[in-house]
Design a protein around this ligand. Structure first.
Ligand code: NAD
Ligand code: ZN
Ligand code: ZN
Length: 359
């Protein structure tokens, strides 16, 4: 089958091949025929080493398709079911799951991420974060395949699998934005646009979009931002809108020390900065020992939108179906997987929201 493979960390392009095979479906696993896969910035981050990933690996962690085989112990899925892949499914048994922090379960990320599920001749191939949706078929634990109604378009399901869940979830689940708030969103890619939409759904009164690209600031306004600005003009805008106090929330969807620090600086005393962007392990952010206690700002990470994917994928679909979440307009381009390197260039240039591949 066809697949897009990262050969070495540091490569700037993926190798599109057509001779990859997928392993047998185990007793607690399902085999999925991928119909649509989205490109997220985290795929680029696996390529450049920001996010650790064993190689060779099939990239892609946004995916939607059909169940084509079920393992003998699987009772919750049947052949023909339409599913969204979750790149971080929860086992249900570990301490994180027992606490209800399903998104913090590491069980599958570790077991699947370090198990090569694919082969090219005799070479074993991993799947990014235990997924690897840039291929035609994959095998995953049944808990990582979330059944959705069969009338949800595959490409919409793919977007929900990472970017939309992460951004909307950061606003609703992590930040828990309250109506009437002022919210700043840093970075207006697929994740940031989703955070803007999440802030709007939560009833934010003012949503300030921050990006370096004019086109992205225009996109942000179409999706619900009430104000938009380049980073240099942010302070003046926030001061004017909040009488110098600062915003109630900032959601950082870029992953750079400068924007993470700016998220902290832009909120009021007692406000909440949510860090979604995936930065590098060797990049540091400084805080002084006085500001942390005196400002009483809440500075929190957000992993996969703090999602319970089994609850939240369906919640996002209901918001999409009731037209309160615009996912159709988030798709900037539809492509064949053979064009993956063009899509990566588009993403690097920063003027697209989401691109999807169809199989
Ligand atoms: N926390 C999680 O679980 C999780 C999940 C998915 C993605 N992510 C991360 O979220 C981030 C966003 O992903 P995406 O797919 O939306 O990326 P993207 O590349 O589509 O969007 C990033 C946006 O940030 C803008 N930008 C870049 N540098 C900037 C700067 N210095 N100031 C202002 N704007 C700047 C770009 O112009 C672009 O519009 C990435 O770091 C990704 O790895 C995290
Ligand atoms: Zn992602
Ligand atoms: Zn668990």
């Amino acid at each position: 089958m066809r697949a897009a493979i990262l050969r070495n960390v540091g490569d700037t392009s993926l190798d599109v091949v057509d001779d990859v095979t997928v392993g047998q479906t185990g007793p607690n696993q399902v085999k999925i025929a991928i119909k649509s896969a989205g490109l997220c910035h985290s795929d680029l981050s696996a390529m450049n080493g920001t996010i650790m990933q064993p190689v060779p690996a099939i990239l892609g962690h946004e995916g939607c398709g059909d169940v084509i085989e079920v393992g003998e112990n699987v009772t919750n899925l049947s052949v023909g079911d339409r599913v969204i892949l979750a790149w971080n499914a929860s086992c249900g048994n570990c301490n994180a799951c027992i606490r209800g922090d399903y998104h913090l379960c590491l069980q599958f990320l570790i077991s699947e991420g370090y198990t090569p599920h694919f082969k090219e001749n005799d070479t074993e191939i991993y799947g990014f974060a235990g997924n690897g949706t840039f291929c035609e078929e994959m095998v995953v634990p049944d808990k990582a395949a979330i059944k959705i109604p069969s009338d949800v378009p595959y490409e919409i399901g793919a977007l929900i699998g990472c970017g939309v869940m992460t951004g909307v979830g950061a606003a609703l689940n992590t930040a828990k934005i309250i109506p009437g708030s002022t919210v700043i969103v840093f970075g207006c890619g697929g994740v940031g646009i989703s955070a803007i939409q999440g802030a709007k759904i939560a009833g934010a009164a003012q949503i300030i979009a921050v990006d370096t690209q004019d086109s992205k600031l225009e996109d942000a306004k179409r999706f619900g931002a009430t104000h938009s600005t380049k980073p240099d003009d942010l302070k003046a805008l926030v001061d004017a809108l909040t009488q110098g106090e600062g915003a109630d929330y900032a959601i950082e969807c870029i992953g750079l020390p400068v924007t993470i620090r700016s998220a902290y600086d832009s909120i009021r005393r007692g406000g909440t900065a949510v860090i979604v962007g995936a930065g590098r392990m060797n990049e540091m952010i400084e805080f002084n020992a006085f500001e942390l206690f005196f400002q009483e700002k809440k500075f929190v990470g957000s992993y996969y939108g703090s999602a319970n994917v089994r609850r939240d994928f369906l919640r996002l679909i209901r918001l999409y179906q009731s037209k309160r979440l615009d996912l159709d307009s988030m798709i900037s381009a539809r492509m064949d997987i053979s064009e993956v390197n063009t899509a990566l260039d588009n993403l690097r240039s920063g003027n697209i929201i989401r691109q999807v591949f169809t199989f």
